[in-house]
Design a protein around this ligand. Sequence first.
Ligand code: PHE
Length: 339
Amino acid sequence: MSPDLEAIVAEARSAFAVVSDPAALEQVKARFLGKSGVIPHLLKGLGGLAPEERRESGARINAAKSEVELLLAARREAIAEETMQSRLREESLDMTLPGRGRGRGSVHPVMLTWRRVESIFRSVGFDVADGPEIETDWHNFTALNNPLDHPARSMQDTFYVDVEDEQGLPLLLRTHTSPMQVRYARGHTPPIKVIAPGRTYRVDSDATHSPMFHQVEGLWIGENVSFADLKGVYTDFLHRFFETDRLEVRFRPSYFPFTEPSAEIDMKFSSGPLAGRWLEISGSGQVHPAVVRNFGLDAERHIGFAFGSGLERLTMLRYGVQDLRLFFEGDLRFLRQFA
Ligand code: PHE
């Protein structure tokens, strides 16, 4: 390559180097390779040379042309790379910023008990039913053999709603899940085997009572369902609920208008922090014949038992919770322990 060709290549190299955007680069390219650029001009000049000299000179010029083209391509690539790098710098996102998140919720301990009770009773053939929390006087009291002057009907014990039912009696917030015995039995034919967990309400509020609480009702009616079945079913339930056989169960005579005989079910752990103390856990009894008749059934033929247990109570005993109010305060320090 002649010195002037080398100079041209060197000039192209430095001209390419000083531009930094694609449009400017194209203009510099035109100066060297465009139609009226330096190199095409030299190639045109070959026409006047002798053939021998033309070939030689042509080869040199073409070598210089290729070199300029290579420099151009390299510069193009470098500019594209720089452009991309600077865009990446400008548009970068800080991916390390933690997301805001919504916080993960967890199931309330009383609901954990609710689900647990359902799955245990389902596994021994009980249906699970749900019913209204606003009840009629008839379902909550009368059908369950509560006399009209029973103290449970008083304003001190029961929340009444300012709406009357068809009998002209005010509706009320159910004080127990027992009305579900009546609703379910009236809609099904024996054998009837059901639990009905749900919310219940009483005018009551202290460390061991909340105006809203949860119960689970149980009802098994057939032609041959006895108190022995109640003992078997309930004892088995407690063993499974507390995951231990190391507990004793006793049936202590009691009174409910809708069962006869009636019993309070007590239990006693034989190990663990509560060992040795009898703990009241549920009301129960053989369904009263008058109630069986209100189910629409023949009380001479159909017999069975019912129980009603507090879900908060079961939860407190299972997890060692001391104060009932913790369930309703929504304190995350408490609730997180069950997550
Ligand atoms: N309903 C009763 C209560 O709330 C419990 C109970 C249910 C008792 C079924 C006997 C049979 O105290």
